[in-house]
Design a protein around this ligand. Structure first.
Ligand code: AMP
Ligand code: ZN
Ligand code: FE
Ligand code: FE
Length: 272
């Protein structure tokens, strides 16, 4: 039975609550799904509570944004102990940094004569880990742009006129952090960065797997990353990076999945 190893919820910048995502996963026949919100574990317990009622498995996870040289790498952590103090303290710092960063982006937009209010962005983000999609939604609500895509393309994409970089977390530290919390680190959507040449170094620092299947990968690219994973003895993973039905056109929950055997591989690697 299929498993979606990359799912966002309202705990970060996804549009569906943890309970809703679990219900949808059950509906489409997934055996398990990994909750992988940006810099937060807040979605895990509500998802697990819903999952125990639905008879589906939730894999506790996270997605950390990191840098490695000139590349931006996103690293997923699976089966992390979401009570690990050292881990929680560090991701709390990342979340706090995100708030200041969005404030700076709001300031930049205001300086450009575009009236978007931090209060509005905060209210859209709710209690969740704040991010650019919340800012983009606030810009749509303020009538500055017609769509989230336009907000990104014209103003807040990487290098855009109102862009402010995230915290600078080294990939190696993220790998260690996930291992410290007892988890297995997997490199997310390697096709979105130029990650191939970095694999030997990342593997040495604790990388366990590669997300070969992702909506941004063509069939050829997925095949390429499967080969690379085999070459470097990394677990082959995959997921939809679902953020909600209206987030990115054509990306639905379970769009990319892997067989449950992948979960078993990760569990056995972690000695569970
Ligand atoms: P942040 O972590 O705050 O930098 O936001 C990153 C998130 O923004 C990603 O996880 C995507 O959900 C979203 N995102 C990035 N680029 C785009 C884009 N061009 N259009 C829509 N959403 C995007
Ligand atoms: Zn996101
Ligand atoms: Fe990502
Ligand atoms: Fe993601």
């Amino acid at each position: 039975m299929p498993v979606d190893m990359h799912v966002h919820t309202t705990a970060s910048d996804g549009q569906d609550s943890p309970a809703l995502v679990v219900a949808r996963a059950k509906e489409i026949g997934l055996e398990a799904l990994a909750i992988t919100d940006h810099d937060t574990v807040e979605g895990i317990e509500p998802a697990m509570a819903a999952a125990s009622l639905q008879g589906i498995e939730v894999i506790p996870g996270i997605e950390l944004s990191t840098v490695c040289g000139d590349e931006e790498l996103h690293i997923l952590g699976y089966f992390i102990d979401w009570h690990c103090r050292e881990f929680l303290d560090r991701i709390y710092e990342f979340r706090s940094f995100r708030v200041g960063r969005i404030e700076k982006m709001v300031k930049k937009l205001k300086a450009m004569g575009l009236p978007v209010e931090m209060e509005q962005v905060r209210s859209i983000a709710g209690a969740g880990s704040i991010g650019r999609p919340h800012l983009a939604a606030a810009m749509v609500a303020a009538g500055i742009v017609g769509s989230v895509t336009e907000a990104f393309d014209r103003y807040i994409c990487t290098g855009g006129p109102a862009y402010v970089p995230r915290y600078k977390l080294e990939a190696a530290e993220a790998l260690h952090l996930i291992r410290t919390a007892g988890g297995a680190p997997v490199l997310a959507h390697p096709g979105l960065s130029n990650a191939g040449k970095l694999l030997p170094g990342l593997k040495q620092e604790g990388l366990a797997g590669l997300e070969a299947y992702h909506p941004s990968h063509t069939r050829e690219l997925s095949a390429y990353y499967c080969r690379l994973a085999q070459e470097h003895m990394l677990i082959i993973s995959g997921g939809s990076d679902y953020h909600g039905a209206g987030h990115k056109e054509g990306v639905s929950l379970g769009l990319k999945t892997v067989p449950y055997a992948v979960v078993d591989e990760i569990k056995s690697l972690l000695g569970r």
